[in-house]
Design a protein around this ligand. Structure first.
Ligand code: ADP
Length: 355
């Protein structure tokens, strides 16, 4: 059974549709990256999932319990860290967490133990007696996460948990999230791609209220492949030499030695053969990857065609058969030998003005 099941969720603010008919599931063991640019509808979705905002339409069930029918029981399975952590900064960490424990209806006799557990898991053991206002932003964020996990919920929803933190604090909070992911299902809302790459095993991209992409993290990383290679030669051929080769769709000269070539299927092997045969001095051949940022930009700013391209680079590549490539290789070597022959003849002509 899914920890969270969302179907056809819609939310309007007046006439503005902030969340437009989205459906997805969260399973045990998932750390789901919920990505989207600012204003995409992430916080609105998270507020609905955590029971803080009523949907205009759609259904949400937490651990099989309908959030709208039985909100108290459904919400007991959720821990939520909103974008602005709900901290009472004039309280000490212990006072605040004990207060949150009572809100979570933890029995009085269990409160101290639960608070200690949450503090231990969030690295707050030495801060219990300190005022929250006096803690660094990173530690305040830990207190926010501690209140979300106090009651050992099955699901933790974290909305932009690293915004405003310094790089060390970001690394520590990400480690904490990865650690929590071993025991809880997690939804991590963020607009920061490396964050998703660092901790999530699934990714979902929302844009203008709609889900535009969903896959495993490993699948998204695979989509980084572009079919292009950066190649470098000591004795560079011309762009024309490269583009006339079978299986090379495009070549662009980057500098004196380097080129970006777009190939189909196994054509890169063929390119290597030709380079060796022609003594171009190939010294670099590296897959050229589309950055995650570029995929994100394509998905969140492009039209449908761009989206298709962004996620399916292989769709655009023609796959050449091995025989095609062998035949092309023979031709290229033959042409190259012919060219050399022509040059030889020209040289001979230069030496013999009479001919
Ligand atoms: P995100 O979290 O991805 O930045 P939000 O869910 O905060 O996006 O906002 C989605 C859209 O809904 C935005 O256009 C935003 O301006 C609008 N919006 C958010 N909250 C409200 C609100 N309380 N009243 C009116 N519009 C809102």
């Amino acid at each position: 059974m899914s920890l969270i099941s969302v179907s056809n969720l819609v939310r309007y603010y007046g006439n503005h549709c902030a969340v437009d008919n989205i459906s997805f599931e969260l399973s045990a063991g998932d750390i789901l990256g919920f990505l989207g640019p600012n204003g995409a509808g992430k916080s609105t979705t998270m507020q609905m999932l955590s029971g803080n905002l009523a949907p205009s339409e759609g259904e949400i069930s937490i651990n099989g319990i309908d959030l709208l029918d039985d909100p108290r029981q459904a919400k007991a399975a959720i821990g939520y860290l909103p974008e602005i952590p709900p901290l009472y900064k004039e309280m000490t960490v212990d006072e605040y967490l004990a207060y949150c424990a009572r809100l979570h209806r933890i029995e009085n006799s269990a409160i101290n133990e639960m608070v200690d557990q949450a503090k231990t898991r969030c690295g707050l053991m030495d801060t219990g007696k300190r005022l929250i206002a006096n803690l660094s932003k990173g530690f305040q964020q830990r207190v926010g996460i501690a209140q979300a996990i106090l009651h050992s919920p099955d699901v933790i929803i974290l909305d932009e948990p690293t915004v405003g933190l310094d790089p060390n604090q970001i690394r520590e909070i990400r480690q904490l999230i990865a650690e929590l992911g071993k025991e809880h299902g997690i939804i991590l809302c963020t607009h920061i791609l490396p964050e998703v790459q660092a901790v999530c095993n699934r990714v979902q991209i929302i844009n203008q209220g709609q889900l535009v992409y969903e896959s495993s993290m490993s699948e998204l990383l695979r989509k980084q492949a572009t079919g292009s290679y950066e190649v470098a030669f000591l004795r560079s051929p011309t762009v024309g030499n490269l583009t006339c080769l079978e299986g090379i769709h495009h070549a662009e000269q980057l500098d004196e030695h380097r080129f970006l070539v777009t190939t189909a299927g196994s054509s890169v092997e063929y390119l290597v053969k030709v380079a060796v045969k022609n003594d171009w001095g190939l010294f670099k051949l590296m897959p050229h990857e589309r950055s995650l940022e570029q995929i994100f930009i394509d998905l969140t700013t492009g039209d449908d065609e761009t989206i298709e391209d962004a996620v399916s680079p292989e769709n655009t590549d023609e796959q050449n058969t091995e025989e095609d490539l062998d035949a092309a290789y023979e031709n290229a070597v033959y042409e190259s030998l012919e060219e050399q022959g022509d040059e030889q003849q020209n040289d001979n002509k230069k030496q013999d003005p009479a001919s």
